[in-house]
Design a binder for this molecule. Structure first.
Ligand code: ADP
Ligand code: ZN
Length: 213
């Protein structure tokens, strides 16, 4: 399947994407994961992106489009892809539209994960992420078996740098200003599916029905 997953930070895009990749071999493409890996490795891209990310601000559109232009042409995208955290601005959505036309790729839809702000806030402050494999845990609802250690790979599980209260609040503001308008953009384009996303499993089932699997 070929989908865009839209939704606020903490709406469950990553969790839903991981559940969906297990179903049909589509790959999850998370610009956040790509950027965090680049920061960790200290690449040119990482150096450019780091300060924006720490502050909870968006990385410049051009940098993101350079990454995605290459990423979508890699072999593993043939079976399908789930875009998680991209596009994030109207210019990114417009550039993606052109890119998909150029590559002759058609989307199955744009899924908007709708979650109330208080649920989002609670989720983000209790969320923990594996620094090695990106697995997501929650200290309240889905803790690791051993505190601070990833069940999947044994890596260190931590609170992300941008998950301090200040950065979270900044990210939610940025989302409202720059990313929320994408809902209208895709509604106009006619391929938006709105899902009340309080439960990730319900989201997955609704998406399966939508794409017919
Ligand atoms: P979340 O969805 O939880 O906010 P992500 O892992 O998607 O987190 O993104 C983390 C950070 O990476 C963002 O706050 C932003 O700085 C940067 N980032 C990720 N994707 C994009 C994008 N498409 N455009 C601009 N910046 C991005
Ligand atoms: Zn791990």
């Amino acid at each position: 399947m070929r989908l865009i997953l839209l939704g606020a930070p903490g709406a469950g895009k990553g969790t839903v994407a991981k559940l969906l990749t297990d179903i049909d071999g589509s790959v999850q493409i998370s610009t956040g994961d790509i950027l965090r890996a680049a920061v960790k490795e200290g690449t040119e891209l990482g150096k450019k992106a780091e300060s924006f990310m720490k502050a909870g601000e968006l990385v410049p559109d051009q940098l993101i489009m350079d990454i995605m232009g290459e990423r979508l042409q890699e072999d593993d995208c043939q079976k399908g892809f789930l875009l998680d955290g991209f596009p994030r601005t109207i210019p990114q959505a417009e550039a993606l539209k052109e890119l998909l036309e150029k590559l002759n790729i058609q989307l199955d839809g744009v899924i908007n994960l709708d979650v109330p702000r208080d649920v989002i806030l609670d989720r983000l402050t209790t969320r923990r992420t594996c620094v090695d494999c990106g697995a997501i845990y929650n200290v309240k609802s889905s803790p690791t078996k051993v505190e601070g250690v990833c069940d999947a790979c044994g890596g260190k599980v931590v609170q992300r740098d941008d998950e301090t209260e200040e950065a979270i609040s900044k990210r939610l503001d940025v989302f409202e200003e720059q990313t929320a308008p994408l809902v209208g953009f895709y509604q106009k384009a006619g391929n938006l599916v709105n899902i009340n996303a309080t439960s990730s499993q319900v989201v997955v089932d609704t998406i399966k029905t939508h794409v017919g699997i």
